[in-house]
Design a protein around this ligand. Structure first.
Ligand code: 13P
Length: 250
């Protein structure tokens, strides 16, 4: 069974609404008619509405980079799944390593957020990945199994079909160091095996597992050639429309 690849942009804390609008204006003509892959752009919350308006009716979906798990409440500074849905966001990145590293995100909060996203029919892109010390200490498999197991607790096999996982080895993010296609494929196979155990073989076969970490126009095609790699989550190289379009068209 062949899985449609997802090429997603994570802009992180870059771009004002005007800059985001400018990106979409330049980017859409570069990918018009491209339906081989799903294309998702994830701006910061302040640019979501602008990007959604600019991309409506196109082949580009729009997602948030984070959300809280409650529908509403006294949670200063947070954004809820209800709010994201209301403005027309379709996707949400959850558990990015920068959220885990700098903002106290844990396997438990990622799980709560995942269940909330599914409840509100937002398509989650759940990030997992080992840090350098874990890779060097031979702990990669253990970390991936733990993160996968905890994130997906309570998820049903049916829900799993819309979910996307992003394997992002933390040592490869923003460093210019990319995991080799073989390293990424190996990690993806470990994660898919755990999903099969948790949610069954059909769910594991349907689930898209993206690779993230220094994906560039130059290395995208080698990574995408691996049958285990179902797309990319791109940081730095997604900020420029030409560069991101090249990755989309690997
Ligand atoms: P870079 O592509 O800049 O390494 O970032 C990867 C990433 O964290 C995407 O979520």
């Amino acid at each position: 069974m062949s899985r449609k690849k997802v090429i997603a942009a994570n802009w992180k804390m870059f771009k004002t609404p005007a800059q985001a609008q400018e990106f979409v204006t330049s980017f859409l003509p570069l990918v018009v008619g491209h339906d081989r892959d799903e294309i998702v752009v994830c701006p910061s919350d302040t640019s979501l509405s602008v990007v959604i308006a600019a991309a409506t009716g196109s082949n580009v979906a729009v997602g948030a980079q984070n959300m809280y798990f409650a529908d509403e409440g006294a949670f200063t500074g947070e954004t809820s799944p209800v709010m994201l849905k209301a403005i027309g966001a379709t996707h949400v990145i959850l558990g990015h390593s920068e959220r885990r590293q700098y903002f106290g995100e844990t396997d438990e909060t990622v799980n709560k957020k995942l269940l909330a996203a599914l409840k509100h029919e937002l398509k989650p892109i759940v990030c997992i990945g080992e840090v350098l010390a874990e890779r060097e200490g031979g702990k990669t498999e253990e970390v991936l199994l733990r993160q996968t197991h905890k994130a997906f607790t309570g998820v049903t096999a049916e829900q799993a079909e819309t979910m996307v996982i992003a394997y992002e080895p933390v040592w490869a993010i923003g460093t210019g160091k990319t995991a080799t296609p073989q390293m990424a494929a190996e990690a993806h196979a470990i994660v898919r095996g755990e999903i099969a155990k948790l949610l069954g073989e059909p769910a594991a076969k349907a689930m898209r597992i993206l690779y993230g970490g220094s994906v560039k126009p130059e290395n995208a095609s080698a990574l995408m050639a691996e049958s285990e790699i179902d797309g990319a989550l791109v940081g730095g190289a997604s900020l420029d429309p030409q560069s991101f379009a090249k990755i989309v068209k690997y």
